[in-house]
Design a protein around this ligand. Structure first.
Ligand code: HEC
Length: 164
């Protein structure tokens, strides 16, 4: 048996024994994800039931959250620090509570979900403060770290919960 027929034989053994080899693209993706746990699936994310009107409302808020993150990044890239801080505070921070009807939806959320939501609002307000500080110090890094904490709350909640 030469090397290539040996390799083929080994492949055949793997295939028939049901061991799957990752495709090239998957291997690459795996490298990026090796620091994280397995991606959450429908089975591992806890389903949460909202009344249908609130569900629509909450998903619209979510799309606004994403749009706000993008606008904050654009503002930062233009050194429009006050604008970035204002967007974060008004649309994601503690001041956004009334805006998004957070009190109304909170009662349908499991405790862990409520906590991540509150942490997101706090982190956004912290970012607003750090961004304002950066205007004086010229060092944007603490603000960028605070912004990452905001995004991490989006990630944490989406990993743990889904709407029914
Ligand atoms: C406290 C929990 C929580 C936090 C925090 C959170 N989300 Fe969500 N988000 C959800 C849930 C639950 C869904 C519905 C997902 C599902 O059912 O698969 C959702 C859905 C979304 C969607 C899809 C909307 C649609 O129309 O389907 C977007 C976009 C989104 N979130 C963006 C964000 C961004 C950006 C952040 C952070 C700034 C964020 N979310 C923070 C819970 C959260």
């Amino acid at each position: 048996m030469n090397r290539s027929t040996l390799a083929l034989a080994m492949m055949a053994t793997l295939v028939t024994s049901g061991i799957s080899l990752p495709a090239a693209g998957q291997t690459h993706q795996h490298e990026h994800m090796q620091m994280e746990a397995a991606p959450p699936t429908e089975a591992t994310r806890q389903p949460v039931k909202f009344p249908s009107q609130l569900r629509e409302h909450e998903l619209a808020n979510m799309r606004d959250h994403l749009s706000t993150l993008a606008q904050i990044q654009v503002a930062l890239s233009k050194n429009a620090i006050d604008e970035a801080a204002g967007l974060a505070e008004k649309r994601l921070g503690m001041s956004s509570f009334g805006l998004h009807g957070a009190h109304e939806v909170a009662k349908y959320m499991p405790k862990g979900m409520q906590e991540i939501g509150s942490e997101m609002h706090r982190a956004a307000s912290r970012f607003a403060v750090e961004a304002t500080n950066a205007g004086a110090t010229g060092d944007l890094r603490p603000a960028l770290a605070a912004l990452a904490t905001v995004t991490q709350q989006c990630v944490a909640c989406h990993a743990a919960y889904r709407l029914k």
